[in-house]
Write a protein that binds this ligand. Structure first.
Ligand code: ADE
Length: 353
């Protein structure tokens, strides 16, 4: 540890100094104090990597440049811009939060931590990050990467998602906060987690806080933080119907809750359903099932889903084409539609090729 006189430099000072040389300083949501732009970036970054987020972020901000525009846009349009980013609940909640900001805060993003945390989709860590970057408010953050940095640095055992372990990490995060330069410190902590203190093969020789890292000293870098206790996720399977005719495919609006809520997707049926009978009853469509396509595996937070794509040529013109919740989507519109990523990929690979 470097020292000034006899005083060792604090954790925060070493991070801030490291950031000046090695931190990220020109991400599209940096160099602004606009809480709206910062908020949207933090929501997108909650479960998604920086490199994936950047193009979505830029398109989203071009379409919804401020809170008022987001609040007054139809959810459908918001979902179109989120399509492919996953974890769509974030988009639903961001839309709702924008409406709450307009309705309860006169369209101005709130400054107080309690008011920020009360907005849909914003937890304690995200609120602290927004407040630090937008208003310079001093507060601890604890996202997934930061949990890893702190669990290693303080040698905290146990799975960080466990409430007791998480409480310990929050206390540690708070104890390390600097009095000044909270913005740089917060960004430095995020950057250290994203670029040096990696889950596998971390660059401990490049780390500014390696000298007093307990995991490094005790040779426990590979075992900290402890992984999520193994839980076997339930497995479900459905057939997805690719009903196609004249360069269009039938899509169905998903219910407002549950997986892929509010997105358009392919109609689903039980794997053992009689597809011809189902299509006649549900869509008034006479169909000829074709060779099934290879199954697609998709993981959700609480279960795994196997999709069995079943192409069907539509023979008779269905009466229900204009029914609300059903849409004949031109194949040329697939890219911009609010479809889940695996469905968009399936249509792109199999219908546009
Ligand atoms: N992850 C979460 N917030 C971030 C930010 N502001 N910059 C980079 N990565 C992040």
């Amino acid at each position: 540890m470097q020292a000034i006189g006899a005083l060792p430099l604090s954790f925060a000072s070493r991070l801030v100094a490291w950031h000046a040389k090695h931190g990220r300083r020109d991400l599209p949501w940096q160099n602004t104090r606009d809480p709206y732009r910062i908020w949207i970036s933090e929501i997108m970054l909650q479960q998604t990597q920086v490199s994936t987020v950047i193009p979505y972020y830029e398109r989203f901000l071009a379409a919804f440049p401020d809170v008022a525009t987001l609040a007054s846009s139809p959810l459908e349009r918001v979902l179109e811009h989120w399509s492919g980013l996953g974890y769509y609940r974030r988009a639903h909640l961001a839309h709702r939060a924008a409406q709450a900001i307009v309705d309860h805060h006169g369209g101005t993003f709130p400054h107080e931590n309690d008011a920020i945390t009360a907005l849909p989709g914003i937890g304690r860590s995200t609120a602290a990050a927004i407040a630090a970057f937008a208003f310079g408010t001093r507060g601890a953050i604890l996202d997934g990467n930061v949990k890893r940095v702190l669990a290693r640095h303080a040698g905290v055992d146990g799975f960080p998602g466990d409430a007791k372990v998480e409480r310990k990490l929050w206390r540690h995060a708070e104890s390390l906060l600097p009095e000044r330069e909270i913005e740089t410190y917060t960004q430095a902590l995020m950057d250290l987690g994203a670029t040096v203190c990696l889950r596998r093969c971390p660059g401990c020789d490049l780390c500014p806080v390696a000298n007093d890292c307990i995991a490094l000293r005790e040779d426990r870098i590979d075992s900290l933080p402890a992984p999520r206790p193994k839980k076997i996720l339930p497995q479900r399977a459905v057939s997805v119907l690719l009903l196609h005719r004249h360069g269009e495919v039938l899509v169905e609006k998903r219910p407002a809750t549950g997986i892929w809520a509010g997105l358009w997707s392919l109609p689903e049926v039980a794997v053992d359903a009689d597809i011809v009978a189902h299509c006649l009853v549900r869509f008034a469509a006479e169909v000829a099932p074709q060779t099934p396509l290879p199954a697609i595996e998709h993981g959700f937070t609480h279960f795994r889903l196997t999709l069995h794509p079943q192409p069907c040529a539509v023979l008779g013109l269905p009466r229900h084409a204009a029914e609300p919740g059903l849409l004949w989507l031109p194949l040329t519109d697939i890219a911009g539609a609010a479809l889940p990523a695996p469905i968009k990929k399936l249509l792109r690979d199999r219908m546009l090729a």
